[in-house]
Design a protein around this ligand. Sequence first.
Ligand SMILES: [Zn+2]
Length: 203
Amino acid sequence: LAILTDPAECPGSVNAYWKSQLGEKWTDTTFIPYDDGDIPDNECGSAEGATAEDFDQNAFYCPADGTIAYSRQLLDTLYTMGGPYPPVVVLEHEVGHRANDLAGTVGVISRSEENQADCDAGVTSAFARTAGRLPLSDVIAAAKQLYEFGDTRNFGDEIADSPDAHGSPLQRAAAFGRGYLQKISACKTLGESQDGSVSGFGF
Ligand SMILES: [Zn+2]
């Protein structure tokens, strides 16, 4: 998790990347780990009506206080499925949500916002790799993992602005790949998509 938690002074760190993009708007992210069955200790956890089940196997950005909370068991699951990097990518995705919130570039509908965050995770992965902190095999494992986590529920019929809409398997891998290979402006373009498509890849 070092590339996530290292301060902005550290080359290749996620904080260094967002600091370079957002300047003074960016502050190092606060992470709140919790165990399944517990309620995370942040504003979202203390929201009225929140139950422990809401947070099982979850990771999320909490706009109310700017923290990112994650279930330790979710990270264990991801580690078991795909090795050391997929858990980091899931958190890079959440950090992407935070960066877009701070920058005022949140996606126009849910799926666009999610594609944008997958793309942001790709950009920060490329940044870490350029700094020599990430083997290519880890990046490939992460893209595969996102593919496996893509939406397969009635895709096509599913409404792209339903609150929990993520991209399809191909969209998620493509959004991550686009961020990895291109620049942050490409992620912003994904966030502006009215229909949540990842255009230019044919799906
Ligand atoms: Zn998300």
